[in-house]
Write a protein that binds this ligand. Structure first.
Ligand code: NAD
Length: 486
C-alpha cells in the first residue's frame, strides 16, 4: 500500500466532463485519496486554438511528468484535420494495455446476464491501428497489421498479472491464429509461453479463435473471466461485452503503460445533457477507482467502490438509471456524489463487496536472444492488367525474365492470397494485384543485390512492381505464410 501523496493530472474535458469530474474529485477528496491534483485543459478548446492533437504544449509537460492521468471525456470538433487525442496519448505515453471491466449491476441496470463480471484486456498500440495504409493498384488497397513480440509479451503478462492481483480464475486469449498464423500466431504463442510460467500456475488459461470467442462474449458472457486479445478484436469484443452487461454508462477504463497510466469513463462527452446537472458521474468514478488501485491505494478504492455500490442498491439513481420499479430517488450529478460521500465506510448488502489488489501491477519483459535471420527469397507484388489477367500468361512470361539471369526461380503467383500459378482454377477472380514469389534458383540464400537485379529485370520487361516483401527464415523457421493452396 502506498502512503505517499501521488500527483495526478486531471483534465475536466468537454460537455458533461467538468460536472462529472467535479463530482468525482469531491468523492476522492472526501475518501481521503492520497493524491495531489494538477489540472490541464485538453479537448475542444485546444483543438480550436489550432493544436491538432487537442493538447496544448504546456499540458504535455505535466502529462509526461505525472504517472497518473484522470481524464474526463472530450468532444472532437467536427471536420477534418483533428487527430484523435486518445490515440496520441496512447502512443506517446506507450499505454500498451486497455483494461475494461464489464459488470452487470442487476436489477438496477437491466441485463439478460445478471452475473457478468469480466475484464477485457486489449492490446492498445499495435495491430491494424498503426494506420499504415496504401492504395497499391487501381483496384486494391492494403492495411498493415503489425504485431510485435514485445507488444504481445507485455499485454499477455499484464492480463495474467491482473488475474493474479485480482484473484481471477481464468484468462482467455482470443486470436485468429488459424488464418493469420504469423501475426496472430505470434500472439497465441507468446500467450502460451507466458501462461506456462510457474507464477501463473493457479490460473486456468485457454486460447480460443476470435469468432467463437466473440460469440461466447455475446451468448455466454458469464463463463468468461479475464479476456486478453489484440487491438482490433478487443475494440469489438469490449463493445459487445459492454452491451450485454448493459452498464456501459457506468464503466471506466484504464490505459496502462510502463510508466504512465490514463483512466477515463467509457462514454463520451454527452453534449446533449451538458450543464444540466443530470449526468451520471459513475463511469468516471469507476475509472478513478481503477486509478487508485493502480497507484497502490486499494484501501481508498475499496471504500469508494463499496459506498458507490451501496448508493446504487439504495435506489439512489441519476436520470439515466432511474426506473420507477427499482429506484427510490432521482438524483442530479451533485446530489449523487453527496449520496456516495455520505456512504463512505458503508458496505453493500446485495452486491458482493469489492476486493482489490493493493499493489501496482508491474510487467517486465524477458530479453530474448536475437534469432539467426536468413534471406531466402522475395515476394514481388505487381500491378498487372494485361493479357485478360490470365495467370497462365503472366507465369511463363516471368519465368522467361528470371531464366536469363539464372539466379531466381518463380515458385508461385497468388492473387488476393489465392494460388493462381502454377495450377490454379479458372473460376478464381483475379484483381490487378499479383504476388509473385521467387526463391534462389538452386535453393539457399539470396542477397539484397540479387533482389535489386531481379527488380531491374522485371521492370525492363515492362512489368510494374508495387512493392516487395523479403522472405526470411529465423533460426531456420519460415517467417512468412504460404499462399492458400501453395
Ligand atoms: P456519448 O457517450 O457522449 O453519448 C451517448 C448517449 O449517452 C447520449 O444520449 C448521452 O446523453 C448519454 N450519456 C453519455 N454519458 C452519460 C452519462 N455520464 N450520464 C448520462 N447519460 C450519458 O457518445 P456520443 O454522443 O457518440 O459522443 C459525444 C462526443 O463525445 C463526441 O464528440 C465524441 O467524439 C466524444 N467521445 C469522447 C470520448 C472520450 O473522450 N474518451 C469517448 C467517446 C466519445
Amino acid at each position: 500500500m502506498s502512503s505517499e501523496l501521488q500527483r495526478v493530472t486531471v483534465a475536466h474535458g468537454d460537455g458533461i466532463g467538468p460536472e462529472i469530474m467535479e463530482a468525482t474529485l469531491r468523492i476522492l477528496r472526501a475518501a481521503k485519496a492520497r493524491l495531489v491534483y494538477d489540472e490541464v485543459e485538453i479537448g475542444e478548446k485546444a483543438y480550436l486554438e489550432g493544436h491538432s492533437t487537442g493538447i496544448r504544449p504546456e499540458s504535455w509537460d505535466i502529462i509526461r511528468r505525472n504517472e497518473l492521468f484522470l481524464k474526463a471525456p472530450i468532444t472532437t470538433p467536427l471536420g477534418g484535420g483533428y487527430k484523435s487525442l486518445n490515440v496520441t496519448l496512447r502512443k506517446s505515453l506507450r499505454l500498451y494495455a486497455n483494461v475494461r471491466p464489464c459488470r452487470a449491476y442487476y436489477p438496477y441496470v437491466p441485463t439478460n446476464f445478471p452475473h457478468i463480471d469480466m475484464v477485457i484486456v486489449r492490446e492498445n498500440e499495435e495491430d491494424l491501428y498503426a494506420g499504415i495504409e496504401y492504395q497499391q493498384t487501381d483496384e486494391v488497397t492494403q492495411a498493415l497489421k503489425l504485431v510485435s513480440r514485445p507488444g504481445c509479451e507485455a499485454i499477455c503478462k499484464y492480463a495474467l498479472e491482473y488475474a493474479r492481483a485480482y484473484g481471477r480464475k481464468k484468462v482467455t486469449c482470443l486470436t485468429k491464429s488459424n488464418i493469420m498464423k504469423v501475426s496472430d500466431g505470434l500472439f497465441q504463442r507468446v500467450f502460451e509461453e507466458v501462461a506456462a510460467e510457474k507464477r501463473y500456475a493457479g490460473i486456468d488459461t485457454e486460447h480460443r479463435i476470435i469468432d467463437i470467442g466473440a460469440a461466447l462474449v455475446a451468448a455466454r458472457p458469464e463463463d468468461l473471466d479475464v479476456v486478453v486479445t489484440l487491438n482490433l478484436y478487443g475494440d469489438i469484443v469490449s463493445d459487445i461485452a459492454a452491451l450485454v452487461a448493459g452498464s456501459v454508462g457506468l464503466a471506466g477504463s484504464a490505459n496502462i503503460g510502463f510508466n504512465a497510466a490514463m483512466f477515463e469513463a467509457v462514454h463520451g462527452s454527452a453534449p446533449d445533457i451538458a450543464g444540466k446537472d443530470i449526468a451520471n458521474p459513475s463511469g468516471l468514478l469507476q475509472a478513478a477507482v481503477m486509478m487508485l488501485v493502480h497507484a497502490g491505494q486499494g484501501d481508498v478504492a475499496l471504500t469508494i467502490r463499496n459506498a458507490w455500490l451501496r448508493t446504487l442498491e439504495e435506489g439512489l439513481h441519476t436520470a439515466d438509471l432511474y426506473r420507477e420499479m427499482v429506484s427510490r430517488e432521482r438524483l442530479g450529478t451533485r446530489a449523487f456524489a453527496d449520496a456516495v460521500i455520505e456512504r463512505l465506510g458503508d458496505m453493500p448488502r446485495n452486491f458482493r463487496a469489492a476486493s482489490f489488489a493493493n499493489h501496482k501491477i508491474q510487467v517486465e519483459l524477458t530479453p530474448h536472444p536475437r534469432k539467426k535471420k536468413e534471406l531466402i527469397g522475395v515476394d514481388v507484388f505487381l500491378d498487372w492488367d494485361g493479357d485478360g489477367r490470365d495467370p497462365a500468361k503472366l507465369g511463363p512470361a516471368l519465368e522467361d525474365v528470371v531464366a536469363k539471369a539464372g539466379e531466381f526461380s518463380l515458385k508461385m503467383i497468388s492473387n488476393r492470397g489465392m494460388l493462381v500459378y502454377p495450377g490454379g482454377l479458372k473460376e478464381t477472380f483475379c484483381t490487378d494485384h499479383w504476388r509473385c514469389r521467387f526463391y534462389a534458383a538452386g535453393g539457399g540464400g539470396v542477397t539484397p543485390q540479387q533482389i535489386v537485379s531481379l527488380l531491374a529485370a522485371i521492370t525492363d520487361a515492362g512489368y510494374a512492381f508495387i512493392k516487395t516483401e523479403n522472405l526470411y527464415t529465423f533460426d531456420g523457421e519460415r517467417g512468412y505464410s504460404l499462399g492458400q493452396g501453395e
